[in-house]
Write a protein that binds this ligand. Structure first.
Ligand SMILES: *Cc1c(COP(=O)(O)O)cnc(C)c1O
Length: 411
């Protein structure tokens, strides 16, 4: 019996020359010298630009594209994205500061997320940022702060739909959730908002994340539009903003294939006329995080030691889960699988025996690759973890074991 082992989707976005991976034309060893220390994250600005263009090519022009910046909040990245997208979605006052610093029109910045503190809501009002209301309490606070500050709050209701995006990596909608207002409660909350003198601009309906199945995304979007039209019937004011979420995934693990955007764009295109008839003032937007930035980034660590333990080879590097929790398999994965990994200065060499790539932390969880066939590597070589442009540094416990932080460069 032959067993076919699933493999990673090919990593072809970063060019290779003279055996070295290139980041926007710079060979990796040279880039490591420029950064001055390993480990580091490198993001390729050209790949960010081409990815946004690719998404725009598939989506109807009437659909606004937002960047969900918690995927990668590096200020230089957010600045680059601000010039390419139609809006930035933030999830804290800290992110809001970075988004405002780009110079983007505050009306194009939206602030979602549960548990917004009064001070954060006041900052958002003062800035003119659109608040995505996640609870009745937030409505009351916004009404009070609006009166105190003399500002009419810009707000939309975040809705917890009764459905969820199928096959998505993280469940963010459907069932009982801390996010948004349950769809069935929305009519009552809309009435409450009106009684508080608040103008609800529209709805934000987010059904899930990291889906690689176009048909699941098409289905969730159809359900989202249908729900929005239903909610609009209960709204005293016309819907002007309709954020239908995103959920576009990228392939991380063996056997996963890139998402096909064509059917998603075609289905949205087909749905637009009916939506325009039902909600004539609605500006439709999608919010994408990892799909825009995830594949444009790599994490680079240097091999410190090569050990053999009872026949198994370990490449011990200066990087690990303290910088890249997701690649270690500890950021919401049920079963640990390897991210695509390479030896960035031996790209022209054939894979040898299976090795495990580990970090310097005193825990067996500190694993960047488990039993992966890689070219023979030695101390000084550069291990590259692909698909690392989203939920990398900012989603990792960098204080754990007090090693140096990872640098970040936008190249
Ligand atoms: C995190 C988040 C996103 C982005 O998710 P990705 O999987 O990175 O695209 C979009 N919308 C909301 C509400 C989020 O919380």
């Amino acid at each position: 019996m032959s067993s076919i082992r699933p493999v990673h989707a090919p990593q072809s976005l970063f060019a290779v020359a003279d055996g070295c991976l290139q980041v926007n034309g710079i060979p990796l060893p040279r880039l490591a010298q420029r950064v001055g220390a390993t480990p580091f994250y490198a993001y390729d600005r050209n790949l960010l630009t081409t990815r946004v263009a690719e998404v725009r090519r598939h989506l109807p022009p009437a659909v606004a594209l937002h960047y969900s910046m918690k995927a990668n909040p590096m200020p230089a990245v957010v600045q680059h994205m601000a010039a390419l997208v139609d809006g930035i979605d933030v999830a804290s006052a800290g992110e809001m500061k970075v988004a405002l610093d780009t110079g983007l029109d505050p009306a194009r910045i939206s602030f979602a997320g549960p548990g917004k503190r009064d001070a954060e809501l006041a900052q958002a009002l003062a800035a003119g940022v659109c608040v995505h209301v996640e609870s009745e309490r937030e409505l009351h606070v916004l009404a009070r702060l609006g009166a105190e500050l003399g500002i009419a709050p810009r707000l939309v209701l975040r809705i917890n739909p009764e459905f969820e995006l199928k096959g998505s990596g993280m469940r963010m909608g459907g069932g009982a959730k801390q996010f948004g207002i349950d769809a069935e409660d929305a009519p009552r909350v809309l009435t409450l908002a009106a009684s508080l003198g608040l103008d609800v601009l529209g709805f934000h309906i987010f059904g899930g994340s990291q889906s690689l199945k176009a048909d699941a995304i098409v289905q969730a979007q159809a359900q989202t539009l249908e729900l929005a039209v239903r909610l609009a019937a209960a709204s005293p004011a016309p819907v002007r903003i309709l954020n239908i979420g995103g959920g576009f995934g990228i392939p991380y693990f063996p056997g996963e294939q890139p998402l096909d955007l064509a059917p998603i764009g075609a289905a949205l295109d087909a749905a637009l006329p009916a939506l325009a008839a039902a909600l004539p003032q609605a500006r439709l937007s999608v919010e994408l995080g990892r799909y825009l930035v995830g594949e444009a980034g790599i994490y680079v660590a240097r091999v410190i030691d090569r050990k053999v333990s009872r026949g198994q080879v370990f490449l011990v590097t200066d990087g690990g889960l303290h910088h890249h929790l997701a690649a270690s398999g500890n950021f919401g994965q049920v079963i640990r699988k390897n991210y695509p990994v390479a030896i960035g200065n031996r790209m022209d060499q054939p894979a040898g025996a299976e090795v495990s790539v580990v970090g310097p932390l005193c825990t067996p969880l500190d694993l960047l690759a488990e039993r992966m066939a890689l070219p023979d590597a030695a101390p000084g070589d550069l291990v590259v973890v692909f698909q690392s442009g989203a939920y990398g540094r900012s989603a990792s416990p960098e204080g754990f074991l007090s090693h140096p932080q990872a640098a970040e460069v936008l190249v």
